[in-house]
Unconditional design. Sequence first.
Length: 262
Amino acid sequence: MKLTVGFTIASLVSVLCCSGCATSPTGRRQANLVSDDQTRQMGDQAWTEVRAKYKETSDQAVRDFVNKVAARVIAAGSLAKEKWDVIAFDSKEVNAFALPGGHIGVFTGIIPVAGNEAGLATVLAHETGHVIARHSQERVSDELVSQGLMGVVGAVIGNPAAHPAVMSALGLGAQVGFLLPFSRSQEAEADHEGLLIMSQAGYDPNEAISFWNRMVAANPGEPPAFLSDHPATSDRIAALKARAGRRSRPAPARVAARPPAA
């Protein structure tokens, strides 16, 4: 019996998605085709690569500032049971990250944008929110599904090199229609988890809005939302305002008016 491309793709998606499913903290169904141990190993490997590429800042004030905020965020979430490495890397990149396996990295370029402890807590709570929501497992699983689709279609149409337009279109379709929407869902969930963690850590969740407004000023140019793995910043700020407004306001944390100079 001759199978159509559409039927084959649908069958593959069904098999792969049913073979491993999980539920995110917000109740969204997630693909889960890799184990926690595998994800931790990947996180450890990525951490080793980052440490080989970037140097830790020698500014003790910045290191203390980052460690203080990270300690409060870790203690507030469901992460305290794991040992965490926290390093402030000397780099102008405006970024920070958290990896499965217990690793938090902060590039010093984000310190001025953070503005204070609550601003940095916004970033670290968001990044650890990704870990809590098992987004790394989901991203890897999504990539496996995408690669599987490419392989199946390549087999169905014969020689992929003879059909570059078809394979190119499929690759774009997989990226824009499948992987990126899931990434935007993950970002929204990490924002949601981040507000909860901030509140539990004693930081005012409304400070997240101030932080993202500063990020807009620092990064005025953005790709179109439908071609980005992050929500448009304006959309993110609107969602944060709605979520923060529904939460009870915690006692404001004692935060530094200004972080140490990076």
